[in-house]
Each structure stands twice: as structure tokens, then as C-alpha cells.
Design a protein around this ligand. Structure first.
Ligand code: HEM
Length: 98
């Protein structure tokens, strides 16, 4: 991975998890889904049945905290740039959409 066997998550068998490029999306939900189901046909296993959904959520949150940690000698970029959706701070718009 990812975290095992490389502790700094800079990527070895799996992708670098500290950059902004993701093969399966970089939202908390996307990362949770990869942890939960794994990626069929690759070495990325599913954690379903091994740890609780709450723990998977913690893992996904932890991965997001690694962003920008700049590990030494990271694996090359893989996947697409993930740009988080902007959260609207315009309360009028929020109300209008309700
Ligand atoms: C705590 C353990 C692990 C976590 C939390 C984890 C997490 C992740 C995440 C979030 C991704 C998606 C990255 C992306 O979208 O770019 C990923 C992909 C991947 N991981 Fe892991 N991983 C773990 C362990 C491992 C291990 C031990 C291996 C291999 C022995 C592995 C192999 C892979 C591979 C090959 C991919 C890319 C799959 C593809 O090509 O689509 N992972 N992992």
C-alpha cells in the first residue's frame, strides 16, 4: 500500500495516498468505499467483516489527514486530480434550494 508495508503512505504496491491524485476518487466516501470493498483484481483487499464500519470511517479520515505530508521518494502520480466540491456559504441559496 499505502500504509503497509510503507508507513508514510507514499505508495509502493498501492498508490501514494498523500497527494491529490486518486484512482477511485478522493472524497471521504470514495476512500471509505475502497477500504470497505477493496479493489477487485488488485492487491487491495476488502476490510468488510474484519473491522467495523466505524473503524473503516476512522481509517478513511486518517488517510485524508496525510494529504500534503510529502513523503520522501513518493510513487509517481496515479489517477486523476481530485478537487473537493466547494461548500456554499450563501445562506440565501441554501434556503432557496430547500
Ligand atoms: C490499512 C491498510 C490499507 C489501506 C487503508 C489502503 C487504502 C487504499 C486506498 C484508499 C486506495 C485507493 C487509492 C486511490 O484511489 O488512488 C488503495 C489502493 C490500492 N491499494 Fe491499498 N490500502 C491498504 C493496504 C494495502 C495493501 C497491504 C496492499 C498490497 C499488498 C494494497 C494495495 C493497493 C493497490 C494495488 C491499490 C490500487 C488499486 C488499483 O489499481 O485500482 N493496499 N488502498
Amino acid at each position: 500500500m499505502c500504509i503497509l508495508p510503507r508507513k508514510d503512505a507514499g505508495g509502493e504496491i498501492g498508490p501514494n495516498l498523500t497527494d491529490e491524485y486518486w484512482k477511485h476518487g478522493g472524497s471521504i466516501q470514495d476512500i471509505f468505499t475502497v477500504v470497505r470493498h477493496g479493489v477487485q483484481g488488485t492487491n487491495m483487499i476488502s476490510w468488510e467483516g474484519f473491522i467495523s464500519p466505524e473503524k473503516m470511517q476512522n481509517v478513511a479520515n486518517y488517510i485524508l489527514t496525510l494529504k500534503g505530508s510529502n513523503p520522501e521518494n513518493p510513487k509517481k502520480l496515479e489517477g486523476d486530480l481530485y478537487v473537493p466540491k466547494a461548500v456554499s456559504t450563501d445562506s440565501t441559496k441554501t434556503q432557496a434550494s430547500l
